[in-house]
Structures are given as structure tokens and as C-alpha cells.
Write a protein that binds this ligand. Structure first.
Ligand SMILES: Cc1ncc(COP(=O)(O)O)c(C=O)c1O
Length: 497
């Protein structure tokens, strides 16, 4: 075993990649492709290090990382074994390839996604907006102006519902999107994420259902998990949540809340057309269900503006709770978001939960954000963001056409940050493709992360916003090579190699 392994491990001592990472890569590939079967005992770190002529610390670090990934486990006194996959294999006498797929569960996936943080990897995986053109100088001037104007009040506690002038400015900003509300109905939050969490906590109790599209924003799944509510995915078509499936669920389960991210959605980039929005609102009203609308990407259109938000279409005013913020369009790290809730009972509950969580959203950030909005900086900044994102989208689409094999399916995003890709079902899963992509120093988000029920094995999400067109092109070249490594001899994909 030791001699065979030592002969197979292709260590490159001149490479920039540390030896321990080369080892991780080797063992991962061997485990994922079934060369190292579940239950196989790995050589002791001391022996392997000696045989390879490397420091023991490299082997120990590699074994530790593989253990964190759930691919091996150490048993004191007995040795280190290929594992994780073994439990599935034992319970499920399926071909090793299938067993491998099933073993890559959500937890392992999240661990795997950490590999994207290695230096030199082009990361299409994260959900962040581009950071290279945040308005640093304008924001510095806004902070200075606030400190000059407000003095100590700018760094004291703020009212828990938020700085009133910011709530007024938000009301004005929203009215330009067709949303009419009063400042008293707006609660300033720590980003849209806290807004969503407050809605969940104030409407639901542990054990309740929350409907989500399938796939959906991973942040709502995280919230569901920690708040102990049960996400139930509603199947989607090209226009978003399917009405027939939704109505069946409404009849059967009477859920109280549905989460929707209807415009340039994360992860699919999809936008729900106007007629579907109206139909969903009607169903929600008919079955007495509230809608939690997440509108963080609403303004990021590259062609036509998005249809009106559900909140703008909600004539009753009480069906939609609208969560959004300034992260995706302006300044993610200031954590300024908001939720609009017409219903006083819901608003009161949210306020109590918010106070218990953090007393108030940081005062200086709120006031500086207000100053930035009051000085009229947002429209020009938004134009700039859209312009740059459109160029990155165009580069992504061009690179996808050029480098992705034809059997991978994707749609041109018309706004937002994401390209959603579907892989053919007779090839590698997205998790398997991800492992080879990492070896080629490029990363994406594995699609099953976004599925409440763990489906989506053959889907992946690419965030094109974080990189320049040149880096995007290079990233897709690497994806092409990674794909080719799975498809030696596959004639349909060959012309694109
Ligand atoms: C759909 C969606 N909603 C909410 C958030 C969180 O936004 P914020 O940074 O304002 O908390 C994100 C961030 O990725 C997102 O993609």
C-alpha cells in the first residue's frame, strides 16, 4: 500500500502550491474517484512522510484537512481510514460513483466550499457584490460630515427602529420604485439578512413551515435551521414558483409564510414576470399566507427595469413584508438594511426581537448612509454599478459560449450577480466538477447548497460580479480544462477542448 501510494503521488517541489495542499488534492481525487475505497487504511503520517522525503507536518496537515472535509477519520491506536463515504456505502450497496455522490452531504459541501479560499483560485463562488468600486471617498466625506454635524449623537445609541431621517430617505427612495409606505412602517436592520431573520422570528414559531422556491437563497435556509422552522421547497419553472404546486401545498399545509426573491434571484438570476407576481399575490391572499419579499437585487437591471415588486403590487398592504437594503447596490459592510411592515403587530414583534439581538443598528453607519442618500449620491453610483456589472455579465456570457461545452445549459442573466448553470445528468455532479475545478484553481458554488431538500446535484452558480472581464475569461478557461478532465474521450464535448 505504502509503496504503491508513494509511486502515485505526483509531488512537485518547485510548485507554488504547498506540499500539504498537493497531498490533499491527491487524496481527494483518489477518494472521490473510488481509487481509495471506504475503509482503506492510510499509511501512518510518519511512514508516508519518510517515504516521500517530506516533513511529517505536511502529511499531518493534509490528513487534518481531509478529516475536516469528512473524507477520512483517525482512530487512535488503529490508524487513519477513508471514511464519510463509507457510511453511505455500507448502507447503500450502489455503484461507488453513486455512493460518492450521496456522501457529499450539505455539511461536506460547505466544508468543500472552503477550498475556494486557497490563494490563486478564481472564486466565482461567493455571493458578494463587486468590492473594487465601492464609493470609499464619498462615504468618508459622509462620515466626516456626520461627525461634524452631530458630534456625540453620531456615536451614541440610536432608536431601535432606526434613525428617522434615514427612514424618511428610504421611504422617498422606495416611492421611486412604486412602493408607498410611511417612515413609521420601516424598521432599519443590520442588512437585509437581519430583516429576513426578524420576519421569520416574528411570524413563525419553531416547527412551523416556511415555503421557499426551489432552489432558493441559502441565507433563508440558514435562518430556517437556526430558528427551527422547516423550509418546504416549491418547484419552479422559467417564471419562478409554479402556481399549481404552490396551490397544492397551500391546500394541504396552510403555511403562514413564504419567502421569495423574485427579481434577479440568488441563485438562478431569474425574474418573476408581472403576471406570475399578481397570481402569487392572489393565492397568498386567498389562503391567508404572508409573503416575505427579498428585494436586494431589484435595482440591478442591465436592460429593462424589473417589474414592480410584490410590495408595490400588494394593494391590501398587509400581505407582503418587504426586506431589502443597501448592501448589493452600495455598501455591504455598513450592514444597513430595512424591512417594511404595515401590520403593527408584526412590526412590534420585530422591534422586540431586534432590540434583544443588537439594541440598534450602528448609529454612525445609519447617519452616514443617510448623508450619502441626502447628498444625492445614489443614482450616479447605481448607474456605475449597473454599467460595470453589465460588462461583467457580457464577459461571462461570451466566456460561457466560448468555453463551456454545449451540453451545459444556462440563461443570459438580465440583472443581478449570478449565472445559473445546469450540467448534463450523465456526467459528473457539480460537487465532483467542483473538486476538479479547485485543482484547476477556479471555484463556483455547488448548486445543491441552494436546495431545501438536498437536490440540485447537477447545478452550479457562478457569481460573475466579483471579477474583471479578464479574470472572468481566465476563470472560464480553467473551468473548460476542469470539465475536460472528466470527459476524456467524450466526443460531444471534444470540439470545445
Ligand atoms: C437574496 C439575498 N438576500 C439577502 C442577502 C443579504 O443581504 P445583506 O448583506 O443586506 O444582509 C443576500 C446576500 O447575499 C442575498 O443574496
Amino acid at each position: 500500500m505504502l509503496e504503491t501510494l508513494v509511486d502515485q503521488i505526483p509531488l512537485d517541489r518547485q510548485s507554488d502550491e504547498p506540499i500539504y495542499q498537493q497531498l490533499i488534492r491527491f487524496f481527494q481525487a483518489q477518494i472521490m474517484n473510488g481509487q481509495l475505497q471506504p475503509g482503506t487504511r492510510l499509511p501512518p503520517s510518519r511512514d508516508l512522510a519518510r517515504s516521500l522525503g517530506i516533513g511529517r507536518i505536511s502529511v499531518v496537515s493534509a490528513y487534518n484537512e481531509l478529516q475536516t472535509l469528512g473524507l477520512i477519520s483517525a482512530h487512535p491506536g488503529r490508524g487513519t481510514f477513508v471514511t464519510g463515504i463509507s457510511e453511505v456505502s455500507r448502507a447503500n450497496p450502489a455503484p461507488p460513483r453513486l455512493a460518492t455522490r450521496q456522501a457529499i452531504n450539505q455539511q461536506n459541501l460547505r466544508e468543500l466550499m472552503r477550498l475556494a479560499r486557497k490563494p490563486g483560485v478564481i472564486g466565482f463562488d461567493v455571493g458578494t457584490p463587486p468590492v473594487d468600486f465601492l464609493p470609499v471617498e464619498a462615504f468618508r466625506r459622509a462620515i466626516d460630515a456626520v461627525l461634524d454635524k452631530d458630534g456625540a449623537a453620531a456615536i451614541a445609541y440610536e432608536a431601535p427602529e432606526g434613525y428617522l431621517p434615514l427612514r424618511r430617505a428610504t421611504r422617498d427612495y422606495l416611492s421611486s420604485q412604486g412602493i408607498s409606505c410611511r417612515p413609521e412602517n420601516i424598521l432599519v436592520t443590520g442588512g437585509a439578512q437581519q430583516a429576513i431573520d426578524l420576519v421569520v422570528q416574528s411570524i413563525l414559531t419553531p416547527g412551523d413551515l416556511i415555503l421557499t422556491p426551489t432552489p432558493t437563497y441559502v441565507g433563508i435556509l440558514d435562518i430556517a435551521q437556526v430558528r427551527q422552522v422547516v423550509p418546504l421547497g416549491v418547484p419552479c419553472d422559467e417564471n419562478g414558483v409554479r402556481l399549481d404546486a404552490l396551490e397544492d401545498i397551500l391546500v394541504e399545509y396552510h403555511p403562514r409564510l413564504m419567502y421569495l426573491n423574485p427579481t434577479f434571484s440568488n441563485p438562478t438570476g431569474q425574474t418573476m414576470p408581472l403576471h406570475r407576481r399578481r397570481q402569487i399575490l392572489r393565492l397568498a391572499q386567498q389562503y391567508n399566507m404572508l409573503i416575505l419579499e427579498d428585494g436586494v437585487y431589484h435595482e440591478l437591471h442591465f436592460e429593462d427595469p424589473a417589474p414592480p415588486s410584490l410590495k408595490a403590487l400588494d394593494e391590501t398592504g398587509g400581505t407582503v413584508l418587504h426586506a431589502s437594503g443597501f448592501s448589493k447596490i452600495l455598501l455591504p459592510g455598513t450592514r444597513i438594511g430595512y424591512v417594511i411592515a404595515e401590520r403593527e403587530d408584526a412590526r412590534e414583534r420585530m422591534l422586540r426581537v431586534k432590540q434583544a439581538a443588537d439594541i440598534c443598528t450602528p448609529t454612525l453607519n445609519q447617519r452616514a448612509m443617510h448623508m450619502f442618500l441626502a447628498r444625492g449620491g445614489l443614482p450616479a453610483h447605481l448607474d456605475r454599478v449597473r454599467h460595470i456589472l453589465r460588462a461583467r455579465r457580457d464577459a461571462t456570457v461570451a466566456a460561457a459560449e466560448r468555453y463551456l461545452p454545449p451540453r451545459l445549459r444556462w440563461n443570459k442573466p438580465r440583472g443581478g450577480l449570478y449565472l445559473w448553470v445546469e450540467l448534463p445528468q450523465d456526467g459528473p455532479t457539480a460537487a465532483e466538477f467542483y473538486l476538479s475545478a479547485i485543482q484547476h484553481r477556479v471555484a463556483f458554488a455547488v448548486g445543491s447548497l441552494f436546495y431545501p431538500n438536498g437536490d440540485g446535484d447537477y447545478t452550479m452558480r457562478i457569481n460573475f460580479a466579483a471579477h474583471t472581464p479578464e479574470v472572468i475569461e481566465e476563470g472560464f478557461k480553467r473551468l473548460q480544462k476542469a470539465w475536460a478532465s472528466h470527459h476524456v474521450g467524450d466526443s460531444e464535448d471534444q470540439p470545445f477542448l
